[in-house]
Ligand binder design. Structure first.
Ligand SMILES: Nc1ncnc2c1ncn2[C@@H]1O[C@H](COP(=O)(O)OP(=O)(O)OP(=O)(O)O)[C@@H](O)[C@H]1O
Ligand SMILES: [Mg+2]
Length: 265
């Protein structure tokens, strides 16, 4: 694991960005894996934490998790465990993963919602990384609450169709509640339209509706539909390595530039 950067005596803290939407299948994991790879490729030290028990980030980053190996879900249920030993290096420099437990029993117990935030802070991980990304399940449970309490910024990938407003509205209510209580530092960073076709008036209309409601400056350019993104996942690598000239690679490079600009603003 990298050492903390000391810049004229000031230790910088990682940005913590949660990728979330209350709807399933909106590109959260695809976005988590590919944004993480983009930021790591620009020399940033990136940690991706997979809170979704589908455990797909490990697949997309070619990390094998054997039965019995510790995961972030063990940490959430056992106060004596530490997060650092759960961190796995990927084959891409600067890109580390905290894998999920595909066998996690959602009825297994109640972690406190501050557990992840505490582990990141107390184990010095905010100094060890520049960017911490958290992939989340669509469910509203203690997993999502741990992500929202640990994070400072929220990125919402959404597929612009008729039902997408429901997931966004429901998420906005949760964000409002968390920022009014457990995590006053939590802010909405932006919306990333996924599988967009700008020629389709309906897609444009939904994206414009979201812009209107939350502010046009929060609407990112988006990621077009691209089978290379699906293939890259099947080949267990980020799209920038699987198909560097593809639309998916181009769009995620642009999304990373836009996210970096919003994080800096
Ligand atoms: N831009 C895209 N073009 C084509 N296919 C895509 C694109 N983005 C995502 N997909 C595919 O859509 C499916 C859902 O994407 P993904 O798993 O990232 O969504 P998710 O929000 O993480 O889902 P879940 O809620 O189940 O965790 C995957 O098969 C993925 O490969
Ligand atoms: Mg997912």
């Amino acid at each position: 694991m990298p050492d903390a950067p000391i810049v004229t005596g000031i230790v910088r803290e990682a940005e913590i960005l949660v990728i979330t939407n209350r709807k399933g299948g909106t590109g959260k994991t695809t976005t988590s894996v590919n944004l993480a790879a983009e930021f790591a490729a620009t020399g940033q030290r990136v940690l991706l934490i997979d809170l979704d028990t589908q455990s797909h980030c490990a697949v997309g980053l070619d990390v094998s998790v054997r039965r019995g190996e510790a995961t972030v879900h063990d940490l959430l249920l056992d106060d004596t465990l530490r997060l650092r030993p759960v961190i796995r290096q990927t084959q891409w420099p600067g890109l580390d993963l905290v894998p999920a437990d595909p066998l996690f029993d959602h009825g297994a117990g109640h972690a406190e919602q501050t557990r992840l935030a505490r582990a990141l802070r107390e184990e010095g991980l905010l100094q060890a990384y520049d960017l911490i990304l958290i992939d989340t399940p669509p469910s509203l449970d203690m997993l999502l609450m741990n992500a929202l309490v640990a994070a400072r910024r929220v990125l919402v990938p959404f597929v612009p169709h008729a039902l997408s407003n429901e997931g966004i509205k429901s998420l906005a209510r949760v964000l409002f509640k968390v920022s009014a209580g457990a995590n006053p530092d939590l802010r909405l960073l932006g919306f990333l339209p996924l599988m967009v076709d700008r020629r389709i008036g309906h897609h444009r209309g939904v994206a414009e509706g979201v812009s209107h409601q939350f502010g046009a400056q929060r609407m990112l350019s988006g990621v077009r539909g691209d089978i290379k993104l699906v293939e890259a996942f099947a080949h267990r690598m980020p799209v920038r390595y699987h198909a560097p000239k593809s639309r998916g690679a181009e769009d995620y490079a642009q999304a990373a530039r836009e996210v970096a600009a919003l994080l800096a603003s």
